[in-house]
Design a protein. Structure first.
Length: 156
């Protein structure tokens, strides 16, 4: 049995009520294992303390960087499917790395690899058949040479 989707109904031009495609779900919340020994009131206090710590940390970070935090009203005013007012303009890096230093090291290693490959390819081009290419690479394809020592013989 195929499940009908709201997108398909909309494409067919059908009107449908909002909850026609909704499925009720039951979520059962249970305390964290490390807080099972605490009473519900103590658990609420712990959660409130964690939220307070996060808010203080965010406020300290905001004052240090000069960036403000969006408030509840501003967040609720936004539509979840709209584009941001000021999207980032930077390009994605060629290599994703954990830090700038690691990315720089990867770029330098790649440059060294390319330089070694080009040097080996140049040696091969001038006739050095004993040249060793960098690990993980293959020598460039050699041109096809027809054997000129004996006449070609048709097999068929």
């Amino acid at each position: 049995m195929e499940v009908e989707r709201p997108v398909a109904a909309r494409r067919r031009g059908e009107e449908h009520e909002r909850d026609r495609f909704a499925t009720p779900e039951t979520v059962t919340l249970s305390p964290l294992p490390c807080w099972e020994h605490l009473s519900p009131e103590e658990q609420k206090e712990k959660v409130a303390e964690l939220v307070r710590e996060i808010e203080e940390e965010a406020a300290a970070q905001g004052s240090a960087t000069g960036k403000s935090v969006l408030g509840r009203a501003a967040i609720l005013k936004q539509h979840p499917h709209e584009w941001p007012n000021r999207p980032k303009k930077s390009y994605a890096p060629l290599v994703h790395a954990i830090s700038r230093k690691v990315r720089r090291d990867l770029y330098e290693g790649y440059r060294a690899f390319v330089a070694a490959y080009r040097e080996a390819a140049e040696k091969l081009r001038v006739g050095d058949r004993a040249v060793i290419f960098p690990a993980g690479s293959f020598p460039p394809v050699a041109p096809f040479l027809r054997c000129c020592l004996s006449p070609c013989v048709d097999i068929f």
